[in-house]
Design a protein around this ligand. Sequence first.
Ligand code: FE2
Length: 165
Amino acid sequence: MAIRIHWSDDLSVGIPRIDKQHHEFINILNDLQDAIEKKKGKDDIEEVICFLEDYAVLHFSAEERSMIRYGFDGFKDHLAQHNIFRNSLQNLRKKYEVSGPTDSLADTLETQLCGWFMNHIQNVDTLFTAHLRSIGALEDVVDEPSKEEKPKASDGKPQEVEIIR
Ligand SMILES: [Fe+2]
């Protein structure tokens, strides 16, 4: 069985709104590991992959908008890092569509997505926090969720997530 990521304060980047999104991201990654390992039905796994794809779009674009807004000079490097995850997620989907919920798919999820995520939030996202702190803007990051940016849950209702401006 693959290792699960457990949220703890050690993973905090120091911005509660981002932490909340990261926590949700981890929950979805764990849900996908469960769905693959339990070899749930196609509809169930498809639903979690779709939700992860939607959440990745929402979360990364929120971070990227915020980086542009606050003039983060590490933006290009950070964008490249996000693109690595986006590519890995595309590969995971292709692999799933070809072979289904295999042990190899669970390994890919663990090493390429979960492993990337843990490293990213601890070593890369924290650089943006340091930038915000250095320009005195850490307290200015406000959240105003908009309905159209919320991914839909299986019941069609928007998820309760917060958007970083
Ligand atoms: Fe990031």
